[in-house]
Design a protein around this ligand. Structure first.
Ligand code: AMP
Ligand code: ZN
Length: 121
């Protein structure tokens, strides 16, 4: 399968892995948007959030728990951090293998978009 994150999972592409177990891997984002920016991915290929099945609920919960554990190891869990799942083009998804972004080390802005919402059709 031609999937970048499956290739990282298979060690075919290098990554700065900071956590791994039999279900998930966490590695630093190649284009960090915060002092610390890492991704948590399942070893299993799931293309988008829309493709998460009932059988994946524990796996996705594990991804979220690992995000918090790694944030704690990195020392910014108490200060706080941002977690993001981007889904499909409007969500800004570019890699179609689900991944949880974890951004920390500075205060995050909200909302995450700048443009004025258009209500006219
Ligand atoms: P998204 O836009 O939500 O699909 O996020 C994809 C993320 O993957 C982006 O933040 C990229 O910087 C990151 N990324 C792309 N290629 C790599 C790579 N080889 N290693 C680590 N992160 C990557
Ligand atoms: Zn994949």
């Amino acid at each position: 399968m031609d999937c970048l994150f499956c290739k990282i999972n298979a060690n075919e592409i290098p990554a700065e892995v900071i956590y791994e177990d039999d279900k998930v891997i966490a590695f630093n984002d190649i284009n960090p948007q915060a002092p610390s920016h890492f991704l948590v991915i399942p070893r299993k290929h799931i293309a988008t959030l829309n493709d998460i099945g009932d059988e994946d609920r524990e796996l996705v919960g594990h991804m979220v728990q690992v995000a918090g554990k790694v944030a704690a190891e990195k020392g910014f869990a108490a200060d706080g951090y941002r977690t993001v799942f981007n889904c499909n083009p409007h969500g800004g998804q570019t890699v179609y293998h689900i991944h949880l972004h974890v951004l920390g080390g500075k205060p995050m802005g909200w909302p995450p978009y700048q443009e004025t919402l258009k209500t006219e059709v």
